[in-house]
Design a protein around this ligand. Structure first.
Ligand SMILES: Nc1nc2c(ncn2[C@@H]2O[C@H](COP(=O)(O)OP(=O)(O)OP(=O)(O)O)[C@@H](O)[C@H]2O)c(=O)[nH]1
Length: 347
Protein backbone atom coordinates (compact mmCIF):
# COMPACT_ATOMS: atom_id res chain seq x y z
CA UNK A 1 0.00 0.00 0.00
CA UNK A 2 1.10 3.57 -0.56
CA UNK A 3 2.96 5.22 2.22
CA UNK A 4 3.30 8.83 3.15
CA UNK A 5 6.88 9.79 3.90
CA UNK A 6 7.35 10.34 7.62
CA UNK A 7 7.88 13.82 9.00
CA UNK A 8 11.52 14.59 9.59
CA UNK A 9 12.75 13.00 12.81
CA UNK A 10 15.23 14.52 15.17
CA UNK A 11 18.83 13.61 14.30
CA UNK A 12 20.40 10.71 16.16
CA UNK A 13 23.74 12.31 17.16
CA UNK A 14 24.58 12.35 20.90
CA UNK A 15 22.12 14.87 22.26
CA UNK A 16 23.91 15.70 25.50
CA UNK A 17 26.79 17.24 23.56
CA UNK A 18 24.86 19.30 21.03
CA UNK A 19 22.16 21.89 21.66
CA UNK A 20 19.16 20.61 19.78
CA UNK A 21 16.18 22.95 19.74
CA UNK A 22 14.12 20.58 17.59
CA UNK A 23 14.46 17.79 20.14
CA UNK A 24 13.90 20.17 23.07
CA UNK A 25 10.68 21.39 21.47
CA UNK A 26 9.57 17.81 20.91
CA UNK A 27 10.28 16.88 24.53
CA UNK A 28 8.51 19.97 25.81
CA UNK A 29 5.48 19.05 23.70
CA UNK A 30 5.60 15.45 24.87
CA UNK A 31 5.85 16.40 28.52
CA UNK A 32 3.31 19.21 28.18
CA UNK A 33 0.13 18.12 29.85
CA UNK A 34 -0.78 14.49 29.57
CA UNK A 35 -4.45 13.89 30.25
CA UNK A 36 -5.36 17.17 28.61
CA UNK A 37 -6.33 17.04 24.95
CA UNK A 38 -4.70 19.64 22.72
CA UNK A 39 -7.97 20.23 20.98
CA UNK A 40 -10.75 22.00 22.85
CA UNK A 41 -13.44 20.16 20.87
CA UNK A 42 -15.79 17.86 22.77
CA UNK A 43 -14.87 14.18 22.71
CA UNK A 44 -17.88 12.91 20.73
CA UNK A 45 -17.28 15.37 17.90
CA UNK A 46 -13.63 14.33 17.66
CA UNK A 47 -13.91 10.54 17.69
CA UNK A 48 -16.83 10.04 15.27
CA UNK A 49 -16.52 9.22 11.55
CA UNK A 50 -17.35 12.06 9.19
CA UNK A 51 -18.70 10.86 5.84
CA UNK A 52 -16.57 12.36 3.05
CA UNK A 53 -16.00 11.52 -0.62
CA UNK A 54 -13.67 8.51 -1.07
CA UNK A 55 -11.14 10.83 -2.72
CA UNK A 56 -10.90 12.86 0.51
CA UNK A 57 -10.59 9.83 2.82
CA UNK A 58 -7.44 8.74 4.66
CA UNK A 59 -6.79 5.18 5.72
CA UNK A 60 -3.83 3.12 6.90
CA UNK A 61 -2.34 0.47 9.17
CA UNK A 62 -0.98 1.16 12.64
CA UNK A 63 0.89 -1.68 14.39
CA UNK A 64 1.04 -1.80 18.19
CA UNK A 65 4.23 -3.55 19.34
CA UNK A 66 6.14 -4.01 22.59
CA UNK A 67 7.32 -6.61 25.08
CA UNK A 68 4.69 -8.50 27.12
CA UNK A 69 2.54 -6.66 29.64
CA UNK A 70 3.26 -3.04 28.66
CA UNK A 71 -0.43 -2.38 27.90
CA UNK A 72 -0.80 -3.04 24.15
CA UNK A 73 -4.21 -4.70 24.38
CA UNK A 74 -5.53 -2.09 26.79
CA UNK A 75 -4.42 0.52 24.26
CA UNK A 76 -6.05 -1.27 21.31
CA UNK A 77 -9.37 -1.60 23.15
CA UNK A 78 -9.29 2.10 24.05
CA UNK A 79 -8.46 3.10 20.48
CA UNK A 80 -11.20 0.91 18.99
CA UNK A 81 -13.67 2.04 21.66
CA UNK A 82 -14.71 -1.52 22.53
CA UNK A 83 -13.07 -4.66 23.80
CA UNK A 84 -11.48 -6.54 20.90
CA UNK A 85 -8.40 -7.85 22.68
CA UNK A 86 -8.23 -9.48 26.10
CA UNK A 87 -6.01 -8.15 28.86
CA UNK A 88 -4.68 -9.39 32.18
CA UNK A 89 -1.93 -8.71 34.66
CA UNK A 90 -0.26 -11.89 33.45
CA UNK A 91 2.36 -11.41 30.70
CA UNK A 92 1.76 -13.16 27.37
CA UNK A 93 -2.03 -12.85 27.42
CA UNK A 94 -2.34 -11.85 23.74
CA UNK A 95 -1.53 -14.72 21.41
CA UNK A 96 -2.95 -13.69 18.05
CA UNK A 97 -2.61 -10.79 15.70
CA UNK A 98 -5.77 -8.80 16.35
CA UNK A 99 -7.06 -6.15 14.03
CA UNK A 100 -9.39 -3.42 15.24
CA UNK A 101 -10.76 -0.45 13.30
CA UNK A 102 -11.79 3.06 14.21
CA UNK A 103 -12.89 5.83 11.89
CA UNK A 104 -12.35 9.33 13.22
CA UNK A 105 -13.31 12.30 11.03
CA UNK A 106 -12.15 11.52 7.49
CA UNK A 107 -9.52 9.00 8.68
CA UNK A 108 -9.84 5.26 9.17
CA UNK A 109 -7.26 3.64 11.46
CA UNK A 110 -6.66 -0.08 11.06
CA UNK A 111 -4.89 -1.17 14.25
CA UNK A 112 -2.86 -4.35 14.49
CA UNK A 113 -2.23 -5.64 18.01
CA UNK A 114 0.52 -8.21 18.42
CA UNK A 115 1.57 -10.67 21.10
CA UNK A 116 4.41 -9.32 23.25
CA UNK A 117 7.67 -10.51 21.68
CA UNK A 118 8.99 -13.55 23.55
CA UNK A 119 12.69 -13.69 24.25
CA UNK A 120 12.93 -16.22 27.06
CA UNK A 121 11.54 -19.58 25.95
CA UNK A 122 12.04 -21.08 22.50
CA UNK A 123 9.07 -23.49 22.53
CA UNK A 124 6.71 -23.99 19.57
CA UNK A 125 4.09 -21.62 21.01
CA UNK A 126 6.61 -18.80 21.40
CA UNK A 127 8.06 -19.37 17.92
CA UNK A 128 4.54 -19.02 16.51
CA UNK A 129 3.94 -15.85 18.57
CA UNK A 130 7.16 -14.22 17.39
CA UNK A 131 6.34 -14.96 13.76
CA UNK A 132 3.05 -13.14 14.30
CA UNK A 133 4.87 -10.05 15.60
CA UNK A 134 7.28 -9.96 12.65
CA UNK A 135 4.42 -10.38 10.16
CA UNK A 136 2.59 -7.44 11.69
CA UNK A 137 5.30 -4.76 11.61
CA UNK A 138 6.15 -4.91 7.93
CA UNK A 139 3.86 -3.15 5.54
CA UNK A 140 2.22 -0.77 8.00
CA UNK A 141 2.12 3.03 7.83
CA UNK A 142 3.00 3.66 11.45
CA UNK A 143 4.31 1.68 14.42
CA UNK A 144 3.39 2.46 18.01
CA UNK A 145 6.29 1.08 20.05
CA UNK A 146 4.87 0.69 23.55
CA UNK A 147 7.11 0.74 26.63
CA UNK A 148 6.45 1.55 30.26
CA UNK A 149 7.29 5.21 30.86
CA UNK A 150 10.75 5.52 32.39
CA UNK A 151 11.71 1.89 31.71
CA UNK A 152 13.70 0.24 28.95
CA UNK A 153 15.36 -3.15 29.30
CA UNK A 154 16.78 -5.90 27.10
CA UNK A 155 13.33 -7.26 26.25
CA UNK A 156 12.28 -3.78 24.97
CA UNK A 157 15.57 -3.48 23.04
CA UNK A 158 14.97 -6.79 21.28
CA UNK A 159 11.58 -5.63 20.03
CA UNK A 160 13.02 -2.26 18.91
CA UNK A 161 15.72 -4.08 16.94
CA UNK A 162 13.05 -5.86 14.89
CA UNK A 163 11.36 -2.71 13.66
CA UNK A 164 11.87 -1.89 9.97
CA UNK A 165 13.87 1.28 9.24
CA UNK A 166 11.47 2.67 6.64
CA UNK A 167 8.35 2.93 8.83
CA UNK A 168 7.88 5.88 11.24
CA UNK A 169 7.88 4.78 14.88
CA UNK A 170 6.13 6.61 17.72
CA UNK A 171 7.58 5.98 21.17
CA UNK A 172 4.51 5.47 23.32
CA UNK A 173 5.58 5.72 26.96
CA UNK A 174 2.55 4.08 28.56
CA UNK A 175 1.46 3.91 32.22
CA UNK A 176 2.50 7.53 32.64
CA UNK A 177 0.01 7.69 35.52
CA UNK A 178 2.51 5.58 37.51
CA UNK A 179 5.30 8.19 37.08
CA UNK A 180 5.14 10.47 40.09
CA UNK A 181 7.39 13.29 38.92
CA UNK A 182 6.79 14.16 35.29
CA UNK A 183 10.07 16.10 34.99
CA UNK A 184 12.05 12.94 35.79
CA UNK A 185 11.05 11.60 32.42
CA UNK A 186 12.98 14.20 30.37
CA UNK A 187 16.44 12.54 30.71
CA UNK A 188 14.88 9.17 29.97
CA UNK A 189 13.20 10.50 26.82
CA UNK A 190 16.51 11.97 25.70
CA UNK A 191 18.20 8.61 26.17
CA UNK A 192 15.43 7.01 24.14
CA UNK A 193 16.06 9.37 21.23
CA UNK A 194 19.61 8.02 21.08
CA UNK A 195 18.29 4.50 20.63
CA UNK A 196 16.11 5.20 17.60
CA UNK A 197 15.07 8.20 15.50
CA UNK A 198 11.53 8.16 16.84
CA UNK A 199 9.06 10.25 14.88
CA UNK A 200 7.30 11.34 18.10
CA UNK A 201 7.34 10.81 21.87
CA UNK A 202 4.00 10.26 23.54
CA UNK A 203 3.99 9.80 27.33
CA UNK A 204 0.42 8.78 28.15
CA UNK A 205 -1.88 6.34 29.85
CA UNK A 206 -3.90 3.89 27.77
CA UNK A 207 -6.56 4.18 30.47
CA UNK A 208 -7.00 7.93 30.01
CA UNK A 209 -9.61 8.99 27.43
CA UNK A 210 -8.06 12.39 26.76
CA UNK A 211 -4.70 10.79 26.04
CA UNK A 212 -6.37 8.45 23.56
CA UNK A 213 -7.93 11.44 21.81
CA UNK A 214 -4.54 13.12 21.64
CA UNK A 215 -3.03 9.96 20.18
CA UNK A 216 -5.52 9.92 17.31
CA UNK A 217 -4.52 13.46 16.42
CA UNK A 218 -0.84 12.46 16.49
CA UNK A 219 -1.27 9.31 14.34
CA UNK A 220 -3.62 10.84 11.78
CA UNK A 221 -0.94 12.64 9.77
CA UNK A 222 0.94 9.42 9.03
CA UNK A 223 -1.95 7.72 7.23
CA UNK A 224 -2.10 8.07 3.44
CA UNK A 225 -4.94 9.53 1.45
CA UNK A 226 -6.93 6.55 0.19
CA UNK A 227 -10.49 5.24 0.53
CA UNK A 228 -11.55 3.53 3.77
CA UNK A 229 -11.15 -0.27 3.72
CA UNK A 230 -13.97 -1.08 6.15
CA UNK A 231 -17.45 0.05 7.00
CA UNK A 232 -16.99 2.73 9.71
CA UNK A 233 -19.40 0.76 11.94
CA UNK A 234 -17.18 -2.34 11.82
CA UNK A 235 -14.80 -2.77 14.75
CA UNK A 236 -12.77 -5.92 14.19
CA UNK A 237 -12.00 -8.76 11.79
CA UNK A 238 -12.24 -11.31 14.57
CA UNK A 239 -15.31 -13.60 14.71
CA UNK A 240 -17.69 -13.96 17.65
CA UNK A 241 -16.41 -17.52 18.04
CA UNK A 242 -12.87 -16.22 18.48
CA UNK A 243 -14.05 -13.52 20.91
CA UNK A 244 -15.80 -16.22 22.98
CA UNK A 245 -12.63 -18.30 23.37
CA UNK A 246 -10.58 -15.20 24.18
CA UNK A 247 -13.08 -14.06 26.81
CA UNK A 248 -12.91 -17.44 28.57
CA UNK A 249 -9.11 -17.28 28.40
CA UNK A 250 -9.11 -13.79 29.92
CA UNK A 251 -11.25 -14.91 32.88
CA UNK A 252 -9.15 -18.05 33.26
CA UNK A 253 -5.95 -15.98 33.51
CA UNK A 254 -7.45 -13.32 35.72
CA UNK A 255 -9.08 -15.72 38.17
CA UNK A 256 -6.27 -18.25 38.51
CA UNK A 257 -3.46 -15.73 39.01
CA UNK A 258 0.16 -16.75 38.68
CA UNK A 259 -0.17 -20.37 39.75
CA UNK A 260 -1.55 -21.46 36.37
CA UNK A 261 1.09 -21.59 33.60
CA UNK A 262 0.45 -19.31 30.63
CA UNK A 263 0.36 -22.36 28.33
CA UNK A 264 -3.27 -23.10 29.19
CA UNK A 265 -5.59 -22.46 26.28
CA UNK A 266 -9.27 -22.55 25.27
CA UNK A 267 -10.93 -24.29 22.32
CA UNK A 268 -14.53 -23.72 21.22
CA UNK A 269 -16.30 -27.04 20.63
CA UNK A 270 -19.70 -25.61 19.71
CA UNK A 271 -20.94 -22.17 18.70
CA UNK A 272 -24.58 -21.94 17.68
CA UNK A 273 -26.83 -18.98 17.17
CA UNK A 274 -30.57 -19.30 17.69
CA UNK A 275 -32.19 -15.91 17.20
CA UNK A 276 -31.06 -13.69 20.08
CA UNK A 277 -29.28 -16.57 21.84
CA UNK A 278 -25.73 -17.96 21.46
CA UNK A 279 -25.05 -21.50 22.69
CA UNK A 280 -21.34 -22.06 23.30
CA UNK A 281 -19.39 -25.07 24.57
CA UNK A 282 -15.68 -24.62 25.25
CA UNK A 283 -12.79 -26.69 26.60
CA UNK A 284 -9.99 -25.27 28.70
CA UNK A 285 -6.82 -27.22 27.87
CA UNK A 286 -4.16 -27.49 30.58
CA UNK A 287 -0.79 -29.23 30.64
CA UNK A 288 -0.99 -31.24 33.88
CA UNK A 289 -3.50 -32.94 36.15
CA UNK A 290 -2.51 -30.55 38.93
CA UNK A 291 -3.49 -27.59 36.76
CA UNK A 292 -6.91 -29.10 36.20
CA UNK A 293 -7.67 -28.82 39.91
CA UNK A 294 -6.60 -25.15 39.92
CA UNK A 295 -9.05 -24.37 37.13
CA UNK A 296 -11.95 -26.34 38.62
CA UNK A 297 -11.40 -25.12 42.19
CA UNK A 298 -13.10 -26.28 45.36
CA UNK A 299 -16.43 -27.94 44.46
CA UNK A 300 -16.12 -26.53 40.95
CA UNK A 301 -16.42 -22.98 42.27
CA UNK A 302 -13.51 -21.52 40.22
CA UNK A 303 -14.71 -22.97 36.91
CA UNK A 304 -18.20 -21.71 37.63
CA UNK A 305 -16.90 -18.20 38.22
CA UNK A 306 -14.82 -18.26 35.02
CA UNK A 307 -17.96 -19.29 33.12
CA UNK A 308 -20.22 -16.71 34.76
CA UNK A 309 -17.84 -13.78 34.22
CA UNK A 310 -17.14 -14.75 30.59
CA UNK A 311 -20.86 -15.21 29.87
CA UNK A 312 -21.83 -11.87 31.43
CA UNK A 313 -19.22 -9.99 29.46
CA UNK A 314 -20.14 -11.68 26.18
CA UNK A 315 -23.82 -10.87 26.78
CA UNK A 316 -22.90 -7.23 27.29
CA UNK A 317 -20.66 -7.19 24.22
CA UNK A 318 -23.21 -8.78 21.87
CA UNK A 319 -26.35 -7.53 23.58
CA UNK A 320 -27.93 -11.00 23.62
CA UNK A 321 -28.39 -14.06 25.84
CA UNK A 322 -25.50 -16.54 26.08
CA UNK A 323 -25.44 -20.15 27.32
CA UNK A 324 -21.86 -21.12 28.07
CA UNK A 325 -20.76 -24.64 28.97
CA UNK A 326 -17.14 -25.19 30.08
CA UNK A 327 -14.99 -28.35 30.26
CA UNK A 328 -11.39 -28.89 31.35
CA UNK A 329 -8.98 -31.34 29.66
CA UNK A 330 -5.33 -32.26 30.16
CA UNK A 331 -3.06 -32.35 27.07
CA UNK A 332 0.50 -32.44 28.31
CA UNK A 333 3.24 -30.85 26.24
CA UNK A 334 0.95 -29.10 23.73
CA UNK A 335 2.92 -25.84 23.82
CA UNK A 336 6.08 -27.72 22.74
CA UNK A 337 4.36 -29.51 19.88
CA UNK A 338 4.27 -27.57 16.56
CA UNK A 339 1.33 -29.56 15.16
CA UNK A 340 -0.77 -29.11 18.31
CA UNK A 341 0.05 -25.40 18.47
CA UNK A 342 -1.25 -25.09 14.88
CA UNK A 343 -4.30 -27.22 15.57
CA UNK A 344 -5.23 -24.90 18.45
CA UNK A 345 -5.31 -21.97 16.05
CA UNK A 346 -1.83 -20.43 16.39
CA UNK A 347 -0.12 -19.94 13.03
N1 LIG B 1 -1.50 1.97 35.59
C1 LIG B 1 -1.68 1.60 34.33
N2 LIG B 1 -1.85 0.29 34.01
C2 LIG B 1 -2.02 -0.04 32.72
C3 LIG B 1 -2.05 0.94 31.68
N3 LIG B 1 -2.21 0.27 30.49
C4 LIG B 1 -2.32 -1.05 30.79
N4 LIG B 1 -2.20 -1.24 32.12
C5 LIG B 1 -2.24 -2.55 32.85
O1 LIG B 1 -1.11 -3.33 32.46
C6 LIG B 1 -1.44 -4.74 32.45
C7 LIG B 1 -1.09 -5.36 31.11
O2 LIG B 1 -1.92 -4.78 30.11
P1 LIG B 1 -2.20 -5.53 28.70
O3 LIG B 1 -2.99 -4.57 27.88
O4 LIG B 1 -2.76 -6.92 28.92
O5 LIG B 1 -0.71 -5.68 28.18
P2 LIG B 1 -0.14 -6.33 26.83
O6 LIG B 1 1.04 -5.53 26.45
O7 LIG B 1 -1.24 -6.47 25.83
O8 LIG B 1 0.30 -7.75 27.37
P3 LIG B 1 0.64 -9.11 26.55
O9 LIG B 1 -0.69 -9.71 26.20
O10 LIG B 1 1.37 -9.89 27.59
O11 LIG B 1 1.50 -8.78 25.39
C8 LIG B 1 -2.95 -4.81 32.78
O12 LIG B 1 -3.09 -5.11 34.15
C9 LIG B 1 -3.45 -3.41 32.45
O13 LIG B 1 -4.58 -3.05 33.21
C10 LIG B 1 -1.88 2.33 32.05
O14 LIG B 1 -1.85 3.23 31.21
N5 LIG B 1 -1.70 2.58 33.37
Amino acid sequence: MSRKSPPKSAPSQPIEAVANPELDAMLARALGKPGEAESAEPEAAVLEPVPVEPAAQHCGFVAIVGKPNVGKSTLLNALVGQKVSITSRKAQTTRHRITGYRTVGPTQFVFVDTPGFQTRHGNALNRALNKTVLGAVNDVDLILFVVEAGHFNLADAKVLDLLPANVPVVLLANKFDLVHRRGDLAPWLRSMQERHAFAEFVPMSAKNTKDIQRLFAICEKYLPQQPWMHDPEELTDRSERFMASEMVREKLFRLTGDELPYTSTVIIDKFEQEGQLRRIAATIVVERDGHKGMVIGDKGEKLKRIGTEARQELEKLWDCKVFLELWVKVRSGWADDDARVRSFGYE
